[in-house]
Design a protein. Structure first.
Length: 289
C-alpha cells in the first residue's frame, strides 16, 4: 500500500528562480534601456543646466588637466595635441569607471525591485553599462571639438573608433557582470575594486605618453601596459583619432595585427567569465540579498 501510494505521488519539481536574461530577449532589452534612460534623466533632474552638465564636466576636467600636465609639467614632450590625447584617455577610462562603479552595487541598490518582481536580472548591470555608454558618447563631443580647435585633422582612421569602443565595451560589460554578481554575496568587493581602479588608472597610459615609458623604462614595460584592453584601446584611439605619431598597439608589440589579439583575448575572457558567474548567480540573487 505504501509502495503504491509513493508511486502515485507526483514527483516534485525543482523551483527555478528568475534567470539572467528571462525568456524574452525583447523584454530584456526594453527593460535594460528603460532603466538606463530613467537613471540618465534622473541624474540631471532639477538641474538648471540639465544635460549641459554632461558636456561641461569633461570641459572643466580638460582645463585642469591641460594646465597642470601640458602647460606646467610639460608631460607630453613632443607628442602632438597631447592635451587632447589626455582628455581622450580620461573620457575612455571614465566610461569604464562609471559603468563598473555603478554595476557593483546595482543589484543591492535595487533590492526592493529584485525581491518582489520576476524580471531578467541581467537588465540591472546592463542598464549601468548603457547609461555609462550614453555619457561616454556625449563626452566625446568636447574631445573632437578641442581637437579641431587645436588644428587637428580628420583621418580615415577615425573609422577605427567604433572598434575601439567595442573592445572597451566588451571588457567593461564583463567586469560589470562579474562585480555585480560577486557583491551580492561578498560586500568587500566594492572597496577592493576602488583600489583596483586607482591602480589601473595609473597603470594605463592616460596622463603620460607611451613613448615616455619606452624611453625611460623600455619597450617591455610598454607592452605590459598594453596587455590591458583599456591601455590598448586608449593608445589605438590616440593613433586613429589624434595623430599617427602615437604608436598603435600593434607597432609597440612588434607583431603586426596578430599582436592585438592579446588585449582582445583578455576582454573576451573577462566577458565570458563575468557572463558565466552572473548567469549562475542570477536565480539566487533575491535569497542572498
Amino acid at each position: 500500500m505504501s509502495a503504491v501510494t509513493e508511486a502515485a505521488l507526483p514527483a516534485g519539481r525543482r523551483v527555478v528562480g528568475p534567470t539572467a536574461f528571462g525568456q524574452d530577449w525583447r523584454r530584456f532589452w526594453r527593460l535594460s534601456w528603460t532603466l538606463a534612460v530613467t537613471d540618465f534623466k534622473l541624474r540631471f533632474f532639477g538641474s538648471v543646466l540639465g544635460y549641459l552638465w554632461q558636456l561641461m564636466r569633461p570641459l572643466m576636467l580638460f582645463s585642469v588637466i591641460y594646465i597642470v600636465f601640458a602647460e606646467i609639467l610639460k608631460v607630453g614632450g613632443d607628442q602632438p595635441f597631447f592635451g587632447v590625447a589626455m582628455l581622450l584617455g580620461v573620457v575612455i577610462f571614465q566610461f569604464f569607471t562609471d559603468a563598473t562603479s555603478a554595476a557593483v552595487q546595482a543589484l543591492v541598490m535595487r533590492e526592493n525591485l529584485v525581491r518582489k518582481i520576476d524580471f531578467p536580472r541581467m537588465a540591472v548591470p546592463a542598464a549601468c553599462v548603457i547609461e555609462a555608454l550614453m555619457n561616454f558618447l556625449l563626452n566625446l563631443i568636447p574631445v573632437f571639438l578641442f581637437l579641431m580647435l587645436a588644428g587637428g585633422q580628420v583621418y580615415l582612421r577615425w573609422l577605427e573608433l567604433p572598434l575601439v569602443i567595442a573592445l572597451v565595451l566588451v571588457f567593461t560589460a564583463g567586469c560589470s557582470m562579474l562585480l555585480s554578481a560577486l557583491y551580492v554575496r561578498y560586500r568587500d568587493v566594492k572597496p577592493i575594486w576602488d583600489v583596483v581602479m586607482q591602480a589601473l588608472f595609473y597603470a594605463t597610459p592616460i596622463l603620460y605618453s607611451l613613448s615616455v615609458v619606452i624611453d625611460k623604462v623600455g619597450i617591455t614595460a610598454a607592452r605590459i601596459l598594453l596587455i590591458s584592453p583599456l591601455g590598448s584601446a586608449i593608445q589605438q584611439a590616440r593613433h586613429a583619432v589624434i595623430s599617427p605619431q602615437y604608436a598603435s598597439p600593434s607597432q609597440v608589440f612588434g607583431g603586426g595585427t596578430i599582436s592585438i589579439l592579446i588585449p582582445i583575448s583578455v576582454a573576451v575572457v573577462t566577458f565570458a567569465v563575468g557572463l558565466v558567474v552572473f548567469v549562475r548567480a542570477a536565480p539566487r540573487v533575491a535569497e542572498e540579498l
